[in-house]
Design a protein around this ligand. Structure first.
Ligand SMILES: *Cc1c(COP(=O)(O)O)cnc(C)c1O
Length: 383
């Protein structure tokens, strides 16, 4: 990494990845569900309290497994934010489900729990929440609504590894959770993810769906004398080399999170003045939420030209970026989903949000430079 350039993200390596990959290589265990996968499963189960953790090749794959586990049928409706990554919606649309897009809160940019009930119809099956930036949605309220109407809650916790809500790990609160270990996330394996099952009655079906619809896992545990095709499934598991890499990361997940938090806190403290001047709004972390510093975003005031700010960053060789283009007005969103009510917060935020460079190892000097360019670009000075 050249000093003159500040990338948006820089994948953090712990230093043990290659050693563990070499171990897997030496064991001659390359297919999935070897000893490293088992270690990762145990780690996730112990750290989150989920009833079953299963590594997948992506968070996208975990979400697709959830739609299969839920038996989503054509016409079933799933309430979700429009301000999210495409995988939250695609997973259900692949099974004929209809995303019903609801607006987000202005503070956390998470699904606005106050708007959910009005979007429920007799066809609603689930509420899919997204913990944006690793900051939890208002889960107590959302779980209560789900219980009242008999709906499932799916947590897209792609960004929420190591975050908690009232002491509970994100991904372990709804019926299902999905993690991402993509290179751009906090704890990584290049591509990678995990399904968290929180209803023990579904543990076995989750294993079957992940293993091409067979009860192969049960066979290897000696619980059956042959394995056969049980139901619709696919190959959702990663190879053992990916799991070996991931194990090196999970072992140090705490340290990785602390390093990111230090950088996040520094931005937050140093940008207080800019918020007070009215130029930007900093991220909000509600009481009871412990976040993992996945992202440092700012919502620019409407008077500020975002493109100008991004151009200034670009000229300074700083990679600051915007984020989601809303799903409800996208070509596929219009075809497969529908918007419930106006999505004005989603639309405003998607036009005004920027994300600053943040990774484990970002230096104070680099952060000061980012802050200097930002303050100049928005025409303010921070003391
Ligand atoms: C990154 C991300 C995904 C997709 O994760 P993959 O592991 O790349 O499939 C899904 N949802 C959200 C909210 C994400 O941030």
């Amino acid at each position: 990494m050249k000093n003159s350039r500040i990338p948006f993200n820089w994948p953090h390596m712990t230093g043990n990845e290659l050693q563990y990959i070499a171990e897997a290589h030496l064991n001659g265990r390359l297919a999935g569900d070897g000893p490293f996968t088992a270690r990762c499963h145990r780690w996730i189960e112990q750290h989150t309290g989920c009833s079953k953790a299963l590594l997948t090749h992506s968070c996208t794959a975990a979400l697709e497994m959830i739609a299969l586990l839920m038996d989503i049928r054509p016409g079933d409706e799933i309430i979700m934010p429009s301000y999210t990554f495409v995988s939250t919606a695609n997973a259900f649309v692949l099974r004929g489900g209809v995303p019903v897009f609801v607006d987000i809160r202005t503070d956390t940019l998470n699904l606005d729990e106050a708007l959910i009930e009005a979007a429920i119809t007799p066809r609603t099956r689930a509420i899919a929440v997204v913990h944006y930036a690793g900051v939890a949605c208002e889960m107590d309220t959302i779980m209560a609504i789900a219980r009242k109407y008999g709906l499932a809650v799916v947590e897209d916790a792609a960004q929420g590894v190591m975050s908690t809500y009232k002491g509970r790990a994100l991904g372990s609160i709804g019926q299902f959770g999905a993690y991402s270990f993509h290179e751009t996330k906090n704890v990584i394996s290049g591509e990678g993810g995990a399904l968290l099952v929180n209803d023990p009655a579904l543990n076995l079906r989750a294993e079957i769906i992940r293993e091409k619809g067979t009860d192969r896992s049960r066979f290897f545990r000696g619980e059956t004398d042959k394995y056969t095709w049980q139901e619709v499934g696919s190959s959702f598991l990663p190879g053992e080399l990916i799991a070996a890499f991931l194990w090196a990361q999970l072992e140090q997940a705490d340290r990785i999170t602390q390093a990111r938090l230090a950088a996040w806190d520094r931005y937050h403290e140093r940008l207080k003045g800019l918020q007070e001047s009215g130029a930007v709004r900093r991220p909000a972390v509600p009481e009871g939420c412990v976040h993992n510093a996945h992202m440092y975003y700012l919502v620019l005031s409407p008077q500020i030209d975002r493109q100008h700010v991004l151009d200034r960053f670009k000229s300074a060789s700083i990679a600051a970026v915007f984020h989601y283009v809303p799903l409800h007005s996208s070509p596929a969103g219009l075809r497969y989903g529908r918007a419930h009510g106006s999505l004005e917060v989603t639309e405003a935020v998607s036009e005004r949000l920027i994300r600053l460079p943040l990774w484990s190892g970002l230096t104070e000097t680099q952060q000061e430079f980012v802050i200097k360019i930002l303050s100049e670009a928005v025409g303010n000075r921070i003391n």
